[in-house]
Design a protein around this ligand. Structure first.
Ligand SMILES: Cc1cc2nc3c(=O)[nH]c(=O)nc-3n(C[C@H](O)[C@H](O)[C@H](O)COP(=O)(O)OP(=O)(O)OC[C@H]3O[C@@H](n4cnc5c(N)ncnc54)[C@H](O)[C@@H]3O)c2cc1C
Length: 321
């Protein structure tokens, strides 16, 4: 028996999410007194995985799997799980993860919980806490199938260092032509130095910024913080910013540690997508703006005065470190 973690990567490099998944998988394996196995597909450097408790790593290398393919990836994870006799399979509730999980759950005949935010609250019956309705509520669900598929929500568990001696093993799955009837033929990256999905900090601008020509100060603040840039829906609808930056109920979800909203009113559709951010800072001229009710820190002030001063202070702070 084992716990299997699928550690996804981007162009061969692991991101923080993969390490969080392994940290989580290690604790789940300890809870259920079993071993942790990590599956990687076309990853370059596996050495960092050992820092978070990976005991055994299955390495898949195949050019056909260079680009994400939900059916093929689900097939490979199923084969790895059969080989390792895994009773629990853990993947990230990322866009790719949410896409492949239902296929994998059917293949495994496994009960599946997405957006899980904590360790199992009980092993018998197997109970998980997950977020629902744009993080407005948490639900507790039981999985009663022999195999269990867990989709872990990003930034919900954190990184736990747990150095181990890792055993690497090449794994050659059988790839089925039927899985490649739809293929990604090219990738065009959106602008921005850090992606919203991977960011620890997101700096977001709304209609209060008046026009696209004023985004320099948002980019400067994001740059000094190493943050991703985002925007409200009207801003991308107006063409001020690319659609890839639109966050909210109909845009990308944000689960960063810090979300700074500048000139955004805080409509429910916007809040629905950013509720999961741990700390929310709001800068708005209108003290009645609804966003202040959801904010951890609020600055009532003109973004055109506050943001450059904040960026300046942060630069000073960084240069004194
Ligand atoms: C079905 C549906 C889905 C939607 N999905 C989304 C979604 O996913 N994401 C989303 O964002 N919206 C969504 N919306 C739109 C949402 O309802 C709001 O209209 C939108 O979020 C408002 O954007 P905003 O806050 O940028 O603009 P506004 O509502 O115009 O607010 C601008 C804010 O800037 C402040 N301001 C003005 N000048 C300054 C200044 N100099 N300094 C600081 N603050 C200033 C104002 O006080 C105001 O609070 C959706 C709507 C619908 C109907």
């Amino acid at each position: 028996m084992s716990v299997l973690v699928f550690a996804d990567n981007s162009e061969g490099k692991f991101k923080k999410g993969a390490f969080e998944l392994i940290s989580y998988g290690k604790k789940v394996a300890e809870q259920s007194q079993t071993n942790l196995v990590v599956l990687t597909i076309n990853a370059d450097d596996l050495s960092e995985l050992a820092n978070y408790g990976a005991e055994k790593v299955l390495k898949v290398k195949d050019e056909k799997l260079t680009n994400f393919n939900a059916r093929a990836y689900a097939d490979v994870i199923k084969q790895a799980s059969d080989k390792e006799d895994s009773s629990m399979i853990i993947i990230e509730s990322s866009t790719n993860g949410l896409y492949l999980s239902p296929i994998l759950a059917v293949n495994l005949e496994a009960g599946y919980a997405s957006n899980v935010v904590a360790l199992p609250t009980s092993i018998e019956p197997f109970t998980l806490k997950r977020k629902a309705f744009s993080t407005k509520v948490f639900s507790f669900i039981e999985i009663n199938t022999p195999k269990k598929l867990i989709g872990l929500s990003k930034n919900s568990f954190g990184l736990v260092e747990n150095p181990t001696n890792v055993v690497e093993e090449n794994f050659i799955p059988t790839l089925n032509d039927r899985d490649f009837t739809i293929q990604i033929t090219g990738i065009e990256k959106s602008s921005g130095e850090v992606t919203i999905a991977d960011a620890d900090i997101v700096v977001s601008g709304g209609r209060g910024l008046k026009g696209p020509e004023n985004w320099g100060m948002i980019e400067d603040l994001a740059h000094v913080l190493g943050a991703a840039t985002a925007c409200s829906k009207p801003v991308s609808d107006l063409g001020w910013r690319p659609h890839s930056e639109h966050v909210g109920q109909t845009g990308k979800p944000v689960s960063s540690n810090l979300y700074i909203a500048v000139g955004i009113s805080g409509a429910i559709q916007h809040l629905a997508g950013v509720n999961a951010a741990k700390v929310k800072v709001v800068i708005n001229t209108d003290e009645e703006a609804p966003f202040f009710k959801a904010a951890d820190y609020g600055i009532v002030g003109d973004a055109f005065e506050v943001v450059p001063k904040l960026t300046e202070k942060l630069k000073e702070f960084k240069s004194n470190q």
